[in-house]
Design a binder for this molecule. Structure first.
Ligand code: 5AD
Ligand code: SF4
Length: 449
């Protein structure tokens, strides 16, 4: 590659999960430290980071088409952008990307992005570099301090997964489970709150497996961390995601009944309702043990809203087994959920299993599942009408004087009136749609501290 001028503007494009959004924000902070500024809306950037997701099909293909589009736009502009591919596709297919896409000058895996600034210098000098090392998460120590934060912020507390569900690439792309140290998390949470966060969502591929040593030297789990973070003045709300049913301990269940700042919401993927399919997926729960677990959470926190993930068409899934998924959905009554067609991920055991389900069958199952989930989501929203609850104002709405925020149950609520981003307002929920509710402001806002 020929040397190029140092980039002045950047754009980070994150795909996939919230962890990627968090990583994307941290990469943006690294670039800002280097004096590179965000490209204005509608303008091509000098440096583009494609922060990719590998969890489902087509992600890699999308990356190649994005690269092609960027290279073309660069030609038209007379200045080719420096392109970095980051995230899980980078981790899984780094070498292939370098071979197939000459426009890419940097490939950086999810555990190596703190070295992005040095890679940019090399790229400017005309070198192409791949860094997909997976050391324990040293990167967090190398990242700059948080200066600004949206009212609802993310904090990665744990990375990686040891569960090896047979369909999933995460254990390969993100590596083994690692917990960030307690004191680093408490310090980062304080910084986030000072920078404007009123809500923090603790992130991890398997967040409930987090463990650490607290200030008194005691080993604590996620519940202990949440309990201590709840002591931070100015922090009003705590959430966590994503959990595996196998790691939900008594302390975490109890925390939902005891810690006011812990929001009444639980994202607990089940994936399927058939025990045979669950076993083939290497999930360690059955439909019944999952439902029993939810009962215990609901006993601790009766107004808990539930969310889940589902895969339809796992290899060998029969019509009758799919019906069991629908039955489980009916039994739970999810407030929201994510559902996907099974997609074979190269290198995972399920990709080579017999009985791959035809696309049309998957399409039909997904439609039926989503109809059931949408029905339940709307029912949950309807049942909230008449409640008055706290709404965290996250952004302006489309019309002047209109605001958008989140209820404790993670519903989007819009309302009109006097407010500002970061306020916690009391709103009466007056009208429900499938994806949002209309609220009526009840009290003047409590201004952000
Ligand atoms: N195919 C379809 N969905 C998948 N997920 C993970 N791997 C696959 C796959 N190979 C879904 C699971 C997981 C969510 C993040 O993505 O439902 O919980
Ligand atoms: Fe993937 Fe299973 Fe780990 Fe979730 S628990 S990240 S689905 S292997």
């Amino acid at each position: 590659m020929r040397p190029s001028a140092p980039p002045r503007t950047y754009r980070v494009k994150s795909f996939g999960c919230q962890m990627n959004v968090y990583d994307g924000d941290r990469m943006a902070e690294l670039l800002a430290e280097k004096g590179i500024t965000p490209a204005p809306e509608g303008e091509e950037a000098d440096l583009v980071v494609l922060n990719t997701c590998h969890i489902r099909e087509k992600a890699a293909e999308k990356v190649y088409s994005d690269i092609g589009r960027l290279a073309k736009a660069g030609e038209a502009r007379g200045r080719k952008p420096l392109i970095a591919v980051a995230g899980c596709v980078a981790q899984a297919e780094g070498e292939e990307i370098m071979a197939r896409a000459p426009a890419v000058s940097m490939v950086v895996g999810p555990q190596a992005y703190h070295r992005l600034p040095a890679m940019i210098d090399r790229a400017v000098a005309g070198e192409r570099a791949t860094d997909t090392d997976m050391p324990p998460i040293a990167k967090f120590d190398a990242l700059p301090a948080r200066r600004t934060s949206p009212p609802a912020a993310f904090l990665t507390v744990q990375e990686g997964c040891d569960k090896f569900c047979t369909y999933c690439v995460v254990p390969y792309t993100r590596g083994a489970e690692i917990s960030r140290p307690y004191r680093d998390l408490v310090a980062e949470a304080h910084k986030l709150v000072e920078a404007g966060a009123r809500e923090i969502t603790l992130l991890g591929q398997n967040v409930s497996a987090w463990s650490g040593e607290d200030a008194r030297g005691h080993t604590v789990g996620l519940a202990g961390l949440i309990r201590d973070l709840a002591e931070i003045d100015g922090l009003a709300r705590i959430r966590y995601t994503t959990s595996h049913p196998a790691d939900m301990d008594d302390a975490l269940i109890a925390a939902h009944g005891e810690i006011d700042k812990l929001m009444p919401f639980l994202h607990l993927p089940v994936q399927a309702g058939s025990d045979r399919v669950l076993k083939a997926m290497n999930r360690s729960h059955t439909a019944e043990s999952y439902l029993k677990l939810l009962d215990r959470f609901r006993a601790a926190r009766p107004d808990l809203a539930l969310s889940g993930d589902f895969i339809v068409g796992f290899p060998g899934e029969t019509d009758a087994e799919f019906e069991e998924t629908l039955q489980l959905v009916g039994a739970v009554g999810y407030a929201q959920a994510f559902s996907f067609k099974y997609s074979p991920r190269p290198g995972t055991p399920a990709a080579t299993m017999d009985g791959q389900v035809p696309r049309e069958v998957m399409d039909e199952r997904l439609q039926r599942l989503q109809a059931a989930l949408n029905r339940d989501q709307l029912a949950f929203n309807h049942a909230s009408v008449g409640r008055t609850c706290e709404v965290l104002v996250e952004r302006k709405g489309k019309h002047p004087g209109q605001w958008l925020g989140k209820s404790p149950w993670l519903q989007s609520v819009w309302f009109e009136g006097e407010a500002a981003i970061g306020d916690l307002v009391q709103a009466e929920l007056v009208e429900a749609g499938p994806n949002s509710l209309a609220g009526r402001l009840r009290t003047p806002a409590t201004t952000a501290t």
